[in-house]
Structures are given as structure tokens and as C-alpha cells.
Design a protein around this ligand. Structure first.
Ligand code: CTP
Length: 398
């Protein structure tokens, strides 16, 4: 779907530069052409020859090398492509982009381009988490730069955390989405995520430990495939991904109202950890100790089941409704029963018992329950689960 498109690929200087070679191969396979630009630091990690051989094109490396200024000047070079991709985007390149510096070919092209820019950051975890990089990232996304990754994992430097460049397949998917060519282009998907907060009084609430990580990863994967995503989120600790329409809610009732307002949709994915109960006698004013030593009695009322409500809609039901089930035993049996009870099309079931290390961890092992039965997926990173689910959703809606 990106056949015939041209990508200007800027390869920065990082150990992840070797993955840029695989990206070039994938882009070629998809029918796109690549104009490679290698920074001086990038050339310390991959050779100009290997990059140019894989790209099947000459590479551009230094601003003042453009003796071919007449043949192709940097302005023209920056605009002839359909998309500019920076992979790896080092901390240094991001800082230059954010500040608008143009002291070498790569930064000049990035300043001169009128095309969309996608970056795949890669750096040491401390560098990624440094306030300066945070500021630069915020400035870049504010400028409309799209970002893929980085992923968390073991790093070449031996440390662990976010900073690893996204895998070439992920970057390809992001390129397809940026070029408006993803398989979910034109599709609208509603995703719920995070916990809900159910008030006891104006200052206290009942909540759960959901971080919203899996919901955010799913929304990001759907966006990467080109979907328009309405992201209905409770107060999660993981921020919403880029490129979604964010609808912030607190309670289950607000979440249902926001989901209903966001419909119609082609698909809905209910990844939120919705409180099953709310406090029926929530106080309008802060509850005070009355000196008697007696604790106030909370009464509970059942919350609406958002997944079941949408699954059973008679008109305007999304074609595909996906729910989640977190179980600690008899996973397949419980999740299969839940699917039937709630009326959804798929249930993504996971075993969250203590020994699995899944709750709060970076990996997940899920079983997809559909009318075709139970399909066990191998244990993989939560982002990989999200990607695979998004791909399956794209297939189901095709
Ligand atoms: N869900 C929802 N609205 C609710 C409760 C749950 O939309 N009020 C959705 C969740 O987002 C998830 C699925 O339903 O996709 C499963 O939720 P879960 O709480 O596991 O299901 P329950 O019906 O509460 O089953 P159990 O009692 O086994 O936990």
C-alpha cells in the first residue's frame, strides 16, 4: 500500500542504526523507494556502501557534499520525498530538531522539509528520561512530528528500560500509517482504558491498580494501522498515546456516556478496568469523623457494564466488539463463559495469577476467544500483543 512512495530516511548515529538496514529492506519489499541520508555519526555504525546497496540508491551524507547542488539541492532533497523518517533518532538529532538547528545535512533537511516527519528514537534509558529529552520530545510532537517507540527492554549498554529503537516492522507500520496507507484507514475504533474512580465524597474515591498500559498500547497500534481512535480513558498513570482523540472520564457511568457519544464505530475494544460497583450513598460534602468511633457505612450500586451494553445494542452496534478478561484460574472456561454472557465477539483473556508476573509487568500471555474457539498466543511484550490484536482487528474489518 506504500508502493510507489518515496521515503527520505535519515540514519542517525546509534547502535540501532543496523536496524535501519532491515527497515530499508522492508520498505523495498513493500514497493517504496528510499533516499538514504547518513549522518557522520551514523556512518560510524553502518557503512555508506551497505546502506546505498540495500536502498539501491546513492546516499547523501554531508551538507557541503551536495556539490550536486545543481543536481539536487538540500531544499529539493527535503521535499521530493513523501515522508521523512529519522531512524535511529538520537538524543542529539532530536535536540537539533527541537531547536531548529541546521548545521549538517540531516538537520538542514529536517528544517527545510515541508513533508511529514516520523522519528524512531533510540538512546540510553537515562538520556531518554532526561528532562531535556522530555522537553525536546514535547516540542517535536507539538510541531506535529510523529513518533514510533522507543520500546522498553535490555539495552546495548547493559541497562534496562525505554530507549530501544522500535523494531523495523513497527517502523514500517508507522510509515504506512503516516502515509495514510494502513489497513484501518477510514475506520473508527473506540478504545476504553485505565481504571475508573468511584467517588465516596468530593475528596475520596474507590479505584483499582490498572495503569492503562495495555489499553494505550492497543490504541497506539490501531493508530499505527491508520485507524481513527476515540480513546476513552479513566485516570490512568500511563499517558494516552499520540494520534488518538482523548476523552477523559472518571466514573463508569461517565465512561459509558463517553463511549455512547463516540459511537458509531467499526470496532470497540474494552480494555478498561471498570469498577463493578459505585458508592450509592456518595456524600456531597467531605465525610467527617463524628467522634463516635463508628465508621460510615458505604452502600454500593452496580455500575453499568459498558462492554455488555455495547455488545447488545440493537442498532449501531460496532461490527466487532472486543472485551478483556483477567482470570486467575480456568482461564479459557471463564473467559468463554464471559464472552457468551456479555455478548461480545472476542475476549482477550489473560492469566493474572501471581506466579505469571504479568500484572504490572511488561509482557503478557493471552488467549483470544472467538466463535472459532480459543487461540493461545505465545508470551510476548504488551506492545506486541497490542500490534497483533490490531492486525487481527484489521483482518476482521477488511
Ligand atoms: N467491563 C465493562 N464495564 C464494566 C465491567 C467490565 O465494560 N462495568 C469490561 C472490561 O473492560 C473488560 C470486560 O468487561 O473488557 C471484563 O471485565 P471483568 O471485570 O473481568 O468482568 P466481570 O463481568 O466483572 O467478571 P468477573 O466477575 O469474572 O471479574
Amino acid at each position: 500500500m506504500i508502493a510507489g512512495k518515496q521515503v527520505l530516511l535519515i540514519v542517525g548515529g546509534g547502535i540501532a542504526a543496523y536496524k535501519a538496514l532491515e527497515l530499508v529492506r522492508l520498505l523495498h519489499k513493500a514497493g517504496a523507494s528510499v533516499v538514504p541520508v547518513l549522518t557522520r555519526a551514523g556512518a560510524e555504525f553502518v557503512t555508506p556502501l551497505s546502506l546505498s546497496a540495500l536502498a539501491g540508491a546513492r546516499i547523501y551524507s554531508e551538507l557541503f557534499d551536495l556539490t550536486d547542488e545543481a543536481e539536487m539541492g538540500h531544499i529539493q532533497l527535503s521535499r521530493s520525498a513523501d515522508l521523512v523518517v529519522v531512524a535511529p533518532a538520537t538524543a542529539d538529532l532530536m535536540a537539533k530538531m527541537a531547536a531548529g538547528l541546521s548545521n549538517d545535512l540531516a538537520s538542514t533537511l529536517l528544517l527545510a522539509t515541508d513533508k511529514r516527519v516520523l522519528i524512531a528514537p533510540a538512546m540510553n534509558v537515562r538520556m531518554w528520561e532526561h528532562p531535556a529529552t522530555r522537553r525536546n520530545l514535547a516540542a517535536l510532537t507539538g510541531d506535529g512530528v510523529q513518533v514510533v517507540g522507543p520500546n522498553a527492554g535490555e539495552m546495548a549498554c547493559g541497562e534496562y528500560g525505554p530507549g530501544r529503537m522500535a523494531e523495523p516492522e513497527e517502523i514500517l507500520t508507522a510509515i504506512e500509517a503516516a502515509l495514510g496507507a494502513g489497513p484501518l484507514r477510514g475506520r473508527h475504533v473506540v478504545v476504553t482504558s485505565g481504571p475508573t474512580h468511584e467517588p465516596i465524597d468530593p475528596v475520596r474515591y474507590i479505584a483499582n491498580r490498572s495503569s492503562g498500559a495495555q489499553g494505550a498500547a492497543i490504541a497506539a497500534a490501531l493508530v499505527a494501522l491508520g485507524a481513527r481512535v476515540s480513546f476513552v480513558t479513566g485516570p490512568a498513570s500511563v499517558p494516552p498515546p499520540q494520534g488518538v482523540d482523548v476523552l477523559r472520564v472518571e466514573t463508569a457511568q461517565e465512561m459509558l456516556a463517553a463511549v455512547e457519544a463516540a459511537l458509531p464505530a467499526d470496532a470497540a475494544v474494552f480494555a478498561a478496568a471498570v469498577a463493578d460497583w459505585r458508592v450509592a450513598n456518595a456524600a456531597g460534602q467531605k465525610v467527617k469523623k463524628d467522634g463516635s468511633g463508628r465508621a460510615p457505612a458505604l452502600e454500593f450500586a452496580e455500575n453499568p457494564d459498558i462492554l455488555a451494553t455495547v455488545s447488545k445494542m440493537e442498532t449501531g452496534r460496532p461490527k466487532l466488539v472486543v472485551g478483556f478478561a483477567a482470570e486467575t484460574q480456568d482461564v479459557v472456561a471463564h473467559a468463554t463463559a464471559k464472552r457468551a454472557r456479555k455478548g461480545c465477539d472476542w475476549i482477550v483473556a489473560n492469566d493474572v495469577s501471581a506466579g505469571t508476573g504479568i500484572m504490572g509487568g511488561t509482557e503478557n500471555a493471552v488467549t483470544l476467544i472467538s466463535d472459532g474457539g480459543a487461540e493461545e498466543w505465545p508470551r510476548m511484550a504488551k506492545q506486541a500483543v497490542a500490534r497483533r490484536l490490531a492486525e487481527r482487528i484489521a483482518e476482521a474489518l477488511a
